[in-house]
Design a protein around this ligand. Structure first.
Ligand SMILES: Cc1cc2nc3c(=O)[nH]c(=O)nc-3n(C[C@H](O)[C@H](O)[C@H](O)COP(=O)(O)OP(=O)(O)OC[C@H]3O[C@@H](n4cnc5c(N)ncnc54)[C@H](O)[C@@H]3O)c2cc1C
Length: 420
């Protein structure tokens, strides 16, 4: 199960952030290690530390010092957010909650000795391990593309420099140029994400480059909030977006990053920007911990514990849990259920029945927000949908504006729930 450190990530040093919290763990206290400081991991670490009031040692392992949320990264592309608006740091988790924040990669998990090895050397022991590593891409998913081509054809599906690069490429498009997107197959991170992105790219192009075109090659016959997006594209960006679904060969795609061409069902097009969003799988550490079955990590719905190991929990995008979409809202919701269960298992505190919820907002154009959401419960088999809601086509402009404003409140709420 041990991975060669150099092949995993090159040279990354271990750094302890928020130095107020020592690496040495207090004797006798139960130890929780969380791998991945994103929507699932940061929330779980904060809730366990906050609610256990010092009874549990919490270590959060996360390589980056600044976490850029994928949520609202499309709004950055559209010019509705600055990059700094979606950047968050881990200082408060260390200073206000006593979480031991270790800026490093977890490179292996030894389930017998219950330790997580770090790329920078050393290892961290755990009683309970929570993995929330997000996604990685399936090798060979799009013919002609691999991660070495990500600077020519960015995915921008992990936010930060990739998102900045994609925006720079969009802004540099020649007049009347072509933006192509290769959309992913199900299941993937943020079902409406690619289509919100198309909307935001169209918004920018309409203002700066109105004769430009957008082509979307999609392996799916339909997608999340499809009628809402298609209505919005027709209303705001008439004639600009050409969506090629599965029925029209949208799944038969290859790209050539050097030539900047995209072939859809045998027809090759020269493009100026190509956003390749490949098929996804659980972040690699989940596989290395031995908790995946195929691309994802199956979990028990009641507490998000792995079906492969009772002391390991998997949250967010990496988990295979049932009906919830892979979203930041879902990961945050799952993290709270998991935190409550882990604390109960380690300290005997009361464990509440698992309840989950999710809403995914998308912005189509200025003040034109739409949403889809649901509540869920834990059954023996899975996280099961209880009931749901979705915006309607033809809605009043005031309602759409209110929906967008609601999403701004949600963003402020979830990021403070994650990072304190
Ligand atoms: C364009 C786009 C738009 C989106 N919009 C929305 C939205 O509007 N609403 C919404 O709810 N969701 C949205 N999402 C989805 C959301 O971003 C993800 O579902 C969410 O971030 C998943 O949380 P997570 O904890 O599973 O993974 P992440 O938030 O990605 O966190 C994973 C963390 O693990 C770290 N990590 C990985 N491997 C290791 C390792 N070996 N050791 C240590 N750390 C590691 C990574 O550095 C990362 O910080 C969007 C996604 C995209 C791409």
């Amino acid at each position: 199960m041990t991975l060669n450190r150099r092949t995993f990530l090159g040279t990354t040093g271990a750094v302890v952030a928020g130095l107020s919290a020592p690496m040495v763990l207090a004797q006798g206290k139960p130890r929780v290690v969380v791998v991945g400081g994103g929507a699932g991991g940061a929330t779980a670490a904060r809730y366990i530390a906050k609610d256990s009031k010092g009874e549990i040692d919490v270590t959060l392992i996360e390589p980056t010092r600044t976490y850029y949320t994928c949520f609202f990264s499309n709004l950055y592309l559209g010019g509705f957010q600055e990059l700094s608006d979606i950047a968050h740091s881990y200082g408060k988790l260390a200073a206000d909650y006593g979480i031991n924040v270790v800026h490093d990669w977890a490179v292996s998990v030894d389930r017998d000795t219950k330790t997580v090895a770090l790329a920078g050397g050393g290892s961290v022991p755990y009683d309970k391990l929570i993995l929330s590593p997000g996604i990685d891409f399936v090798d060979g998913a799009v013919e002609g593309w691999d991660v070495s081509a990500q600077n020519k054809m960015p995915h921008a599906y992990k936010a930060g420099s990739q998102t900045e690069l994609l925006k720079a490429q969009i802004m540099a498009m020649p007049e009347g140029g072509t933006f192509a997107m290769v959309a992913p197959p199900n299941p993937y991170r943020c079902p409406p994400g690619p289509y919100e992105r198309v909307s935001m790219v169209a918004h920018v192009l309409k203002a700066n480059n109105p004769t430009a075109k957008i082509i979307v090659a999609d392996p799916k016959p339909k997608f999340s909030k499809m009628s809402l997006f298609q209505e919005g594209w027709a209303n705001h960006y008439e004639g600009m977006v050409d969506w090629v679904g599965e029925d029209f060969g949208g799944g038969n795609v290859s790209v050539n990053p050097d030539a900047m061409t995209v072939a859809i069902d045998g027809e090759e097009t020269k493009v100026d920007v190509c956003n390749v969003i490949p098929a996804m799988k659980a972040g690699r550490i989940a596989e290395m911990a031995g908790v995946t079955d195929g691309n994802w990590a199956p979990v028990n719905a009641a507490d998000m514990s792995s079906k492969a190991n009772p002391d390991i929990y998997v949250l967010g995008d990496a988990s295979q849990q049932g009906d919830m979409p892979k979203s930041g809202f879902s990961a945050n919701s799952q993290a709270k259920v998991c935190a409550n269960a882990v604390r109960g298992a380690l300290t005997g505190s009361k464990v509440f029945p698992a309840k989950f919820s999710n809403t995914c907002w998308s912005l189509i154009d200025a003040d034109d927000g739409v949403k889809v959401g649901a509540t869920y419960e834990a059954t023996q088999e899975k996280i099961a949908k209880v009931d749901g809601f979705i915006s309607q086509t033809g809605e009043d402009a005031n309602l759409r504006k209110a929906t967008y404003e609601e999403s701004l409140g949600w963003y402020a709420g979830i990021t403070s729930d994650m990072f304190g």
